[in-house]
Design a protein around this ligand. Structure first.
Ligand SMILES: [Zn+2]
Length: 229
């Protein structure tokens, strides 16, 4: 029963650490990128007529990676009246460079009915991305955030805290931080025990045994079973 409680406590510590570190990365990490000057893993530029409408569309997408942050941004500009948007799913080469969890999200901006918009998928977490958020901006309008809240909502460099779980990353990071907290806990308790031994005290309850370790500790029962044999 005790081991179950310890495991639950460590997993809780792991989960809270994951959320805290992800939020720190959102607050202090790099803002999601939109411009072509920053280092993108891959980029997509397409230009073409939408069907036989006579409207031309320019699509710019970028996939950016930084420490603890991954973002995908797209902008679509259609010359002419409000019309539909080109399918990003057709741009297979670009889509295949994206992480698995991000691909499905590309269908989100396709619901937009305006001609000119920008779309951003931002995710944070280390070592794996644990939380993500999407934001859509129609030309001249404020950003609409889905699953997150804004910190600095400048038109070009919006920064927000993501709240949508990326389950695999969330689980792996939680497990990793739980293991790390067990290691830290073990190390700390060994250091504390060694220091109590050096001072002649009981390593479990700190009761002063005056270096008399053979009979164990009368206060907490440490090693009493062993000494009774
Ligand atoms: Zn004791």
């Amino acid at each position: 029963m005790r081991i179950v409680k310890t495991m639950a406590a460590m997993l809780t510590v792991g989960f809270i650490s994951t959320i805290c570190i992800t939020c720190i990365l959102a607050f202090f990490g790099p803002a999601p990128a939109f411009d072509d000057t920053s280092d993108a893993v891959t980029r997509l530029h397409t230009s073409g007529e939408i069907g036989n409408s006579g409207h031309w569309a320019n699509t710019h997408c970028g996939y950016y990676k930084a420490f603890g942050a991954t973002s995908i941004s797209c902008s679509v500009n259609v010359a002419g009246e409000t019309y539909g948007v080109p399918s990003l799913h057709n741009e297979l080469e670009f889509v295949q460079t994206l992480p698995e969890w991000a691909r499905a999200k590309l269908s989100e901006p396709l619901g937009s009915t305006t001609a000119n918009w920008r779309w951003l998928l931002d995710s944070r977490g280390w070592p794996l991305r644990a939380l993500s958020c999407t934001a859509l901006q129609e030309k001249g309008q404020p950003w609409i955030i889905r699953c997150g809240f804004g910190i600095r909502m400048s038109p070009d460099r919006p920064v927000f805290v993501p709240l949508r779980p990326i389950w695999q990353g969330l689980a792996m990071n939680t497990l990793l931080y739980a293991l790390a907290s067990i290691a830290v806990y073990e190390l700390m308790s060994r250091v504390i025990q060694a220091s109590r031994f050096r001072r002649g005290r009981c390593p479990r309850c700190r009761y002063d045994l005056r270096f008399e370790y053979r009979t164990g500790c009368s206060e907490c029962g440490w090693r009493c079973m062993v000494s009774a044999d």
